[in-house]
Design a protein around this ligand. Structure first.
Ligand code: HEC
Length: 283
């Protein structure tokens, strides 16, 4: 068998492995391993590169900010809530399109997903939106829980406030809140509980905003969740995704060779499939 075919088969196996890892996503991805890889890439992999991730990108906040901006976030927010699939997609984009990044194509699939998990390892809410349907006017719905979970590697987070705002805010009640003034250690969670009630059958929407800061930082950042409610309407559960768009679609391959393109194709397809699956699962 020719070496070209062998190389291609190896690549195919790699793409298949990556797809499997991506589908298994949250069980196996390890942000703590990703942190080691990000900060000490050469020692952790035993491979020689022109630098560790931190040599060119300083810190992980730098990558969160860049990915947030590149995926339509509108700003370079170092505390942005990036999801792991988006991070993986942007790593894949860079591996194929950024000269300084091509050397990292030799990393294994699980190393890339761990790096992506680390980049995505910020405090996250359990849902991006909650929908309420009341059985009758002036009858509060059953409460729904919204959890805030700190990342594994993020460091202590203090929640400054939990507030409901927006046009329909008065229809939503914060029944309980174990978040405000809490210090969340690694992986710790807190919970806000919300209900809805209205005196008519109009639809209402509001936003729940959790404001927090990291360690002794004075910079506050937020996680927001869309709330909507109505009386007597069965509202479909919100579809997943962060609405950040898919700006990984810039196909200006600057060389890289046929194998590199095929490799990224597999990556893009794997993450696109994953995104579609998640959409279906929550619809
Ligand atoms: C030799 C310098 C260098 C090293 C080392 C390096 N990068 Fe990059 N990387 C770049 C440059 C240059 C860009 C493109 C400009 C930018 O995004 O700041 C880039 C882009 C990226 C992007 C794309 C951001 C986006 O959304 O467009 C990601 C993600 C990324 N790098 C992650 C990593 C990770 C993870 C490592 C370690 C495995 C790493 N980089 C190591 C130079 C480097």
């Amino acid at each position: 068998m020719s070496s070209t075919i062998l190389a291609r088969m190896a690549r195919t196996a790699c793409v298949a492995a990556l797809a499997t890892t991506a589908f298994a996503a949250h069980a196996t991805d390890n942000p703590a391993t990703g942190k080691l890889l990000f900060e000490d890439t050469m020692n952790q992999t035993g491979l020689s590169f022109t630098g560790n991730c931190t040599s060119c990108h300083t810190n992980v906040q730098n990558r969160r900010a860049e990915i947030h901006f590149k995926t339509g976030g509108g700003s370079r927010d170092p505390f942005a809530a990036i999801d792991a699939e988006t991070a993986l997609n942007r790593i894949g984009y860079a591996l194929n399109n950024v000269s300084a990044m091509k050397q990292f194509q030799v990393l294994e699939a699980d190393q890339l997903t761990d790096l992506a998990a680390f980049i995505a390892d910020t405090p996250k809410t359990s849902d991006t939106a909650l929908s309420f349907s009341a059985s009758a006017v002036n009858t509060p719905t059953v409460s729904q829980n919204l959890d805030l979970r700190n990342g594994v590697t993020f460091g202590q987070v203090t929640v400054d406030s939990v507030a409901i705002g927006g046009t329909g805010a008065a229809r939503f009640t914060l029944k309980s809140d174990t978040c405000t003034a809490q210090k969340l250690a690694a992986s710790a969670t807190c919970r806000a509980t919300i209900s809805f009630s209205a005196a008519d059958t109009a639809g209402y929407s509001a936003t729940l905003t959790m404001t927090m800061h990291q360690g002794s930082s004075t910079t506050k950042f937020t996680r927001t969740v869309a709330l909507d409610g109505a009386v007597g309407v069965v509202t479909p559960p919100p579809s997943g995704g962060n609405g950040g768009g898919t700006s990984g679609g810039n196909n200006s391959d600057e060389g890289g060779g046929a194998l590199g393109v095929a490799w990224l194709g597999g990556l893009a397809i794997a993450t696109a499939l994953l995104r579609r699956r998640q959409g279906r699962a929550t619809r």
